[in-house]
Design a protein around this ligand. Structure first.
Ligand code: HEM
Length: 457
């Protein structure tokens, strides 16, 4: 008998009108996802508008099948169109096929090997500079300080710039552009094209367009300056991109350089800043976690190699658990089928959008007992497969900056915790909220400096 006689048509899913489902996903994403999973299981089909089918997946075995299949069976770049206003046509986030592959190959060395070691000193120095004005009693918003650190780190890594007027203007403009989408309400601007209207500099979209134009002017000015000086020998990522050629021997155009730079600047700091703010929250919310972490950091030699810090088991587990409990991206990129594909007993047609839900996988009771609890020990007790733990996605689209982000998280935390004593301003639980296309702690985690130490790392 034909096996596919048993194939069910399509998975079940909520049938509320698409606009209502979109609003629920924007304003109550975690509760909505959990409710759908409880009701429909590991695979469900919400409605997100007219057109192609959309499927949410939270079954590790099915995600393994998806991530292990030939990448040519899927597109993802075209599913990221909402990011177009921020990053442009040539961003790695929006590319597919051979173009995506060759651009990834080109950028990869900037985030691995020797380059990473060079970033270590940079990360420590910037963390020290940004926190140098702290005094006992000073209160601050953890996310804002972490954003200043991560933005300066990525600007320096990308342009080799960390001072001067151009650097400061870029820093201000990039923050301003992202602040346009810093709440669930405002991030609906990205999702609903009809709202993208320029009503002048006082309107949200109008201000965003003007800030983007100014940021572009600064980025192009830097590119032109480099071309005129023929200065391509720097250690920074722009230098690397300017000497690189594609398979046909063509160098990147100014437009391509701009889009890729914008991608790295935005993807490379917004995410890490939220992850660091969450880590500081959990560490100071749970005294046992803080004590254990401080004990581990105190055991490290003052002149320890940054690689040694990055290998510390408890610090690593704290970062892993931070990214498990509230993954910065709730979903990996949507995989859009280019050919029929079978998964969990269903046969999906080309055009179907399959979205691996990182949040729901990370909250599976069968893999992570008491999933709502912050317990770094779970990462010391057992190993999780890349389909059970996937804060950086997987397959050919796995986060390009994964190693960089983890390295930065660990070095920033080690530098701060070994110099400062901090506390949360209040003990109220912090909720995750949407910011642009990521989730971040609501209110940014207000903290206060309670003491200064003679640094032991
Ligand atoms: C804690 C920090 C970060 C998290 C949680 C994170 C998460 C992710 C996720 C989930 C994806 C999609 C992967 C997939 O669909 O399989 C992604 C893609 C990407 N990330 Fe990150 N990311 C972080 C930091 C960074 C940093 C620091 C950079 C750059 C410096 C970066 C650059 C990128 C790029 C360029 C892509 C697109 C890759 C492609 O399309 O091939 N990310 N990231």
């Amino acid at each position: 008998m034909e096996a596919n006689i048993y194939i069910m048509k399509l998975p079940d899913g909520p049938r509320a009108p698409a606009a209502i489902q979109l609003m629920l996903t924007l304003f109550r994403p975690l509760e909505t996802l959990e409710e759908y999973q409880k009701r429909y299981g590991d695979i469900f089909r919400p409605m997100i508008g007219r057109g192609d089918e959309f499927v949410v997946l939270s079954n590790p075995k099915a995600i393994q099948e998806l991530f292990s299949a030939d990448p040519k069976l899927f597109c993802s770049g075209s599913g990221n169109k909402i990011l177009h206003p921020l990053v442009g046509d040539w961003s790695l986030l929006l590319l597919d096929g051979d173009r995506h592959q060759s651009q990834r190959r080109l950028l990869n060395p900037a985030f691995h090997g020797e380059r990473m070691r060079a970033y270590a000193q940079l990360i420590r120095n910037i963390t020290e500079q940004v926190t140098s004005n702290w005094t006992v009693g000073k209160s601050f918003i953890a996310r804002s300080v972490m954003q200043e650190i991560s933005l300066r780190v990525i600007l320096q890594a990308v342009f080799g710039l960390d001072e001067g007027e151009r650097f400061q203007q870029l820093q201000r403009l990039l923050c301003g552009m992202l602040d346009t989408f810093d709440s669930p309400f405002k991030s609906s601007l990205l999702f609903v094209k009809a709202l993208q209207k320029d009503f002048g500099a006082w309107s949200l979209w109008g201000r965003f367009l003007r800030q983007r134009k100014q940021a572009d002017r600064l980025i192009y000015a830097e590119i032109h300056k480099r071309r005129q000086q023929s200065r391509f020998d720097g250690e920074d990522i722009l230098s690397l991109m300017m000497v690189a050629c594609d398979e046909a021997g063509q160098p990147m155009t100014d437009r391509q350089l701009r889009d890729e730079l914008m991608t790295l600047l935005l993807a490379g700091h917004e995410t890490t800043a939220s992850a660091l703010a969450w880590a500081l929250y959990w560490i100071h919310k749970l005294p046992t976690v803080r004590d254990q972490l401080l004990k581990e950091l105190a055991s490290v030699d003052k002149d320890a190699d940054p690689g040694e810090i990055a290998r510390l088991p408890y610090l690593t587990a704290v970062c892993q658990e931070t990214l498990r409990l509230y993954p910065i991206a709730l979903f990996a990129f949507t995989r859009i089928l280019q050919a029929p594909f079978r998964l969990m007993g269903y046969e999906f047609a080309p055009g179907t959008r399959i979205s691996p839900c990182i949040y729901l996988v990370h909250h599976r009771q069968d893999i992570y007992p008491q999933p709502k609890q912050f317990r770094p020990e779970r990462f010391l007790e057992r190993q999780f497969s890349p389909y059970e733990y996937l804060p950086f996605g997987g397959s050919n689209r796995r986060c390009l900056g994964m190693a960089f982000a983890l390295y930065e998280m660990k070095l920033v935390l080690a530098t701060i915790l070994s110099r400062w004593e901090l506390a949360l301003v209040n003990q109220r639980p912090v909720r995750p909220v949407r910011r642009v296309v990521t989730t971040t702690p609501a209110g940014g985690v207000p903290m206060v400096v309670t003491g200064q130490k003679s640094a032991y790392y």
